[in-house]
Every structure is written in C-alpha cells, then in structure tokens.
Design a protein around this ligand. Structure first.
Ligand code: F6R
Length: 604
C-alpha cells in the first residue's frame, strides 16, 4: 500500500526521504519517487520497482543546505506501475504526493483538460496539483489556493504538496488516510503516513485527524480543522519500537491484516465496478473466446478461495468450472483441453506447486490467467493475463486479507464472464454489483464482535477436535476457518460440508467435539440448521454463526442482517479469522509465525 514521507530541515534531505521510504517498504509498493525543493529549484526522481532503483537514480543528487522534500511509495491502483504514474506528480511549479482515492477526479480532470491542462499520468492524484495551480491564479496566497483545492476534493486522502513560491513550506491535508507530523530539538519537521519512518528522527508527533489541513514551515506548524478553525497541535512522545509501530497498534500482523480487510477490499474494487458491468482494464475479453471451461488451481488458502469461485462461476456465469489442488494436479497426468482457461491463484505468485501447474498448462497450449497479490512475481511473469488482488503485503503467515481479496476478485470475474456470455440478466447484474459495493462494510470489525469472540474463545481451548461446517459456498469458508485454526492454534480442525457429517464424522460427536456452524440466513438455511440439529442432538458443543438466533447452539455469534448470502459469507469470514486468532492468543502461540510454516512455499 502507498506510503508518504516529508522533510523540512537542513540535513541531507534526499537521504532522509529515502530512509523514510525504506521504513515503509513493508507495506508493499511497485514504484517510488521524491521531489526536493532547494534554493528555489526542484529536483525530482522516480523509479519503478524496488527502492534500490530510486537510490541508483539519485546517487549523484546532493542536498547540502535547507530544503523541503516529499517522497512516496506507490502500490498501483489507478493506472499501471509505471514511472509516469509514480508520485510525486508535477504541475507547472508544484509537486504532490497522495495516498487514498480522489473519487471526483474524473470530473475535475475533464474540467481541467477543457481549460487546456495536459495530464501526464493515469492517476487520480495528478488532478490535485493541477487544481491547486488553477486556484493559485485566483488566490491571494498559496495557502488559500491549497485550502480551496482541498475543499474541492471528494474521497479519501493524505496529501503533501510543495510549490516554488513557498520554498520553506509543506502543505498537508488528511481525510481518511493516515498522516502525522514529527518534530525534534534540531528544528526539523517530518511527515509520514505511519510512525515507522519517524522513529529515531522525531521526538514528538502529532497525529492528524480527518479533515485536518494546513502547512508546516521553518517557524510554524499551522493546523486547521475541517470547519476552517485553527487548532493547536497535540504532540506526544513517539514510540521507539519499530516492529510494534509497523503493527499500527495491533498486537499481531494477523490482527492488523484482519482489520485491514475492509480497506483492501475497497482497493480491490476500485475502478472495477461499473453500473452494469465489471471493468478489468488488464484483461482482453478475447481471453475468453472459445473457452468452455475454467480450471482453477492453487494451494492452501488460495485453493479455498478457488473452491468458492467454482460456485460463483457456475451459478452466475453459467460456465463449467473445476478446481484442483496444485500438488495433486501436477503428478496425475491430467487431461488438458484447449477450450479450458487455466487459472492459478496465489498470494505470493511463487508457490512451487502452483507455478509448476502453470508451466504445464502453458506447455499444453492452454490460455492462462493468474490471480495474484504480487506484481512481477514468477506466476505474473509467466501467465498470459493477470489480475492483481491489491491486498498489500501480507506479513502474518496465516493468510487473511489475501483470501478476502481473492474471493472479491472471483466474484467480480464471475460477473465479468456472465456479462461476456450474456448469462445473467442486467437487473441481476446491477444487483450483484451493488452487493459488491457493500463488501467493505461487511468486513469492518466492530468492537462488540471482537470483544464477544475474545470472551468466547476461552471455552474452545481443549476438546478432541473442531468441525467447521457449512453448505454450498460456505463449505470452502468452513475449510478456510478450519485451516486458520489449525495453523495458529495447533488444535485439530476439519472443514466439512454440513450435509456430509451424517455419513461418518457424526460418530465423533460428544461434548468435547466442537462444531463451528456457518448458518447463513439467505442460503439453504433450513437444511443447514437441521444438519446442526443432528449434531446438537448427539451432544456436540455447538458454536453457531448466523444473523438469526439458533436455540440449539451452546454459543452464538450474531452477524448483521443483510440482503444476500455473499455479504454473510464475508462477515462470517471475519468471525472465523478472529476466533482462530483469539484461541491462538489464549494458548500463548506465536500468531504471526506459527511453528513449521513459511509464508512462501517455494519448495515442493
Ligand atoms: C494459509 C496459507 C497457505 C497459502 C498457501 C499458498 O494461511 O497462507 O495455505 O495459502 O501456501 O500460498 P500462495 O497463495 O502464496 O500460493
């Protein structure tokens, strides 16, 4: 995800900006850039790929006197990861960096273009700097122009802007994306989008609130709230622990990543939802010409998201779809037909078994697509087409937000194919797209839900096993819930189709068998309920997750009432992730680095 730094002072500005960006690397990015204003001259450098590329480009650039500078790491959303799309963005004599989304950028851009402004990038960010320069022409000061510009933006942003007429000033605004300013005893000022770049540099920090904007100069820190009133900075001592700063106050990366899901799903959806169609700019619709079947192949959590996709492809797009575990597929001499689109799914894009199946499909002459979280990974480079999931770097070994964004992409892709194949009527398509818009809200963690799960977790620390059960698309979610629990609690857990329990596993039922029952209100509710009742009658301890009360359960986690089972899917996903997390915490395990597991499995 994007990162921002800013510096005002007389030390080596270039090094401070690059060091700051380095501290934000863990968030993930695909290009980076800086702009420094020194002696009324701008120097700006951008590079795609890792920061070493930017370091190389700036190696002869020296800053040896007072300067102001801004820097950015970009995770591509609007427009590809190219140098032109990298920040900072230039107007005529100003530069801007931005995190977030400017929702009304298209409108602002067409007005500016109508007035002769030329845009260099495909980003939403570039409108900010041009809008500022337009306002500058009619304002009495740069600050007034900045203030007007901010009032014209809709969406979420953290913005830093520097302009030539104000050589000792950085303008800032924050609304919906994080931003803080730091100070020290050497009269330096630092900006960043999280604590980490400021640790060891600043002594005290002020966290901006939504709606704050203003400027920081050599002698002044001027903060205004959204109603235009000047407010006093609230400085506090900055933490000195980098690792905990990277966790943004959460106890574990996994916890932070669960909480981030709502935001990363918004990123995944961004620019892809039309009124009655899904836009994947990265896909050539010809990819689907002559395709009669989709075959999905993956490992672990990614396999579970693929399994959920089979329900969506067949139900929504009416196309045959099968799913394979990569380590099985690669050795079973599978039949591969050219009318099959071969799709691999991988968070890392490097998993050895999945990569190998992609090679096999290519050798067999199949068209291939990868759904991946890491641009430029081996699978992305090898595959004919690619959709990036935009989850940002996932640090917790137990995958959470990668799964959430994979399922989101699959939902969109099934609707994309439905439109291509004309297999869904336009009213239903528009309804589905509106449901997708609600996924970020369905995945927001509420304090009351987390608190409830925390309390309840103490009852599930022993027993002889867990069964996560669900029907239809809730079966892959049950598998995923069980996998999460196994990975970080080391307790035995299985995911099972609810209707299949009576064909064997029900023999295990007793009070020490814990059943985590997924009971959606809008999909096979009565049938799923009777499967749980069968277990309850045999004294299994039941924890039901549902929007509607279920009196046969020992414990009940209530999700919100919503209008479609897919929204229930996403909310239940958060519940099972949190349940695993809290059980693992109570057992004293290493949540982020569970024993015997690695984040990227590049061996067979
Ligand atoms: C589980 C988990 C693993 C991965 C699997 C595939 O939490 O993370 O099961 O899903 O190793 O990894 P990717 O998606 O990188 O191919």
């Amino acid at each position: 995800m994007c990162g921002i730094v800013g510096y005002l002072g007389k030390k080596n500005t270039k090094e401070i900006l690059l060091d700051g960006l380095k501290e934000l690397e863990y968030r993930g990015y695909d290009s980076a850039g800086i702009a420094v204003l020194q002696n009324n001259n701008f120097s700006s450098y951008k590079a795609i790929g890792k920061l070493v590329n930017l370091q190389e480009k700036t190696k002869d650039f020296i800053t040896d006197s007072f300067a102001v500078g801004i820097g950015h790491t970009r995770w591509a959303t609007h427009g590809k990861p190219t140098e032109l799309n990298a920040h900072p963005h230039l107007g005529e004599s100003s530069y801007v960096v931005h995190n977030g989304i400017i929702e009304n950028y298209a409108e602002l851009k067409s007005e500016l273009e109508a007035n002769g402004v030329k845009f260099l990038s495909q980003t939403d960010t570039e409108v900010i700097v041009h809008q500022f320069e337009k306002n500058l022409k009619t304002s009495t000061s740069a600050f007034e122009a900045f203030e007007t510009t901010i009032s014209e933006l809709k969406g979420a942003y953290a913005v830093l802007l520097v302009t030539k007429g104000e050589n000792e000033t950085i303008f800032f605004a924050k609304h919906g994306s994080p931003m803080l300013v730091g100070i020290n005893h050497e009269d330096e000022k630092y900006f960043a989008s999280s604590d980490t770049p400021l640790i060891g540099q600043a002594t005290d920090v002020n966290y901006f609130e939504d709606g704050d904007y203003g400027f920081v100069s050599k002698s002044e820190i001027a903060i205004f709230s959204k109603d235009g009133k000047r407010k006093k900075p609230q400085f506090s001592k900055i933490s000195t622990n980098k690792l905990s700063a990277q966790k943004d106050g959460y106890r574990f990366f996994m916890e932070k990543e669960i909480y981030e899901q709502s935001d990363v799903i918004s990123d995944t959806l961004m620019g892809r939802l039309g009124d009655d169609e899904i836009n994947f700019d990265e896909l050539d619709p010809k990819l689907f010409d002559g395709i009669n079947e989709i075959k999905l192949c993956a490992c672990g959590t990614s396999y579970h998201s693929a399994l959920s996709a089979t329900y969506m492809f067949e139900r929504y797009a009416k196309i045959r779809c099968s799913v394979e575990i990569a380590s099985e597929f690669r050795y079973r001499k599978p039949l591969m037909c050219k009318d099959t689109l071969f799709v691999v799914i991988s968070q890392s894009g490097e998993t050895a078994d999945t990569l190998e199946t992609l090679k096999m499909a290519k050798e067999a002459g199949l068209k291939t697509l990868v759904i991946c979280n890491v641009d430029n990974s081996s699978m992305v480079r090898l595959s004919d087409a690619c959709i990036l999931t935009r989850a940002g770097i996932e640090k917790g070994v137990a995958s959470t937000k990668a799964f959430a964004t994979q399922v989101t992409v699959f939902w969109m892709l099934s609707l994309y194919v439905a439109k291509l194949k004309n297999s869904m009527d336009s009213i239903e398509l528009a309804r589905q797209i509106n449901l997708l818009r609600e996924v970020p809200a369905s995945t927001k963690v509420t304090d009351s839900m987390h608190e409830k799960i925390k309390r309840l977790s103490k009852r599930y620390l022993h027993g002889h096993g867990f069964f996560f059960i669900g029907r239809d698309i809730f079966f892959p979610l049950a598998l995923e819930g069980a996998l999460k629990l196994k990975e970080i609690s080391y307790l035995h857990a299985e995911g099972y189709p609810s209707g299949e329990m009576k064909h064997g596993p029900i023999a295990l039922a007793d009070p020490e068998l814990f059943t985590i029952a997924l009971l959606p209100q809008h999909l096979l509710h009565e049938k799923s309920k009777s499967n749980v009742e069968e277990l309850s009658a045999r004294d299994s301890t039941i924890c039901a997750i549902s929007a509607v009360e279920f009196d046969k359960a020992d414990d009940f986690i209530q999700i919100s009432t919503c209008q479609d089972y897919m929204l229930e899917f996403f909310e239940m996903m958060v519940v099972v992730q949190l349940l695993s997390l809290e059980i693992s915490v109570r057992l004293g395990n290493d949540v982020d680095m569970p024993r015997n597991l690695a984040k990227s499995v590049t061996v067979e």
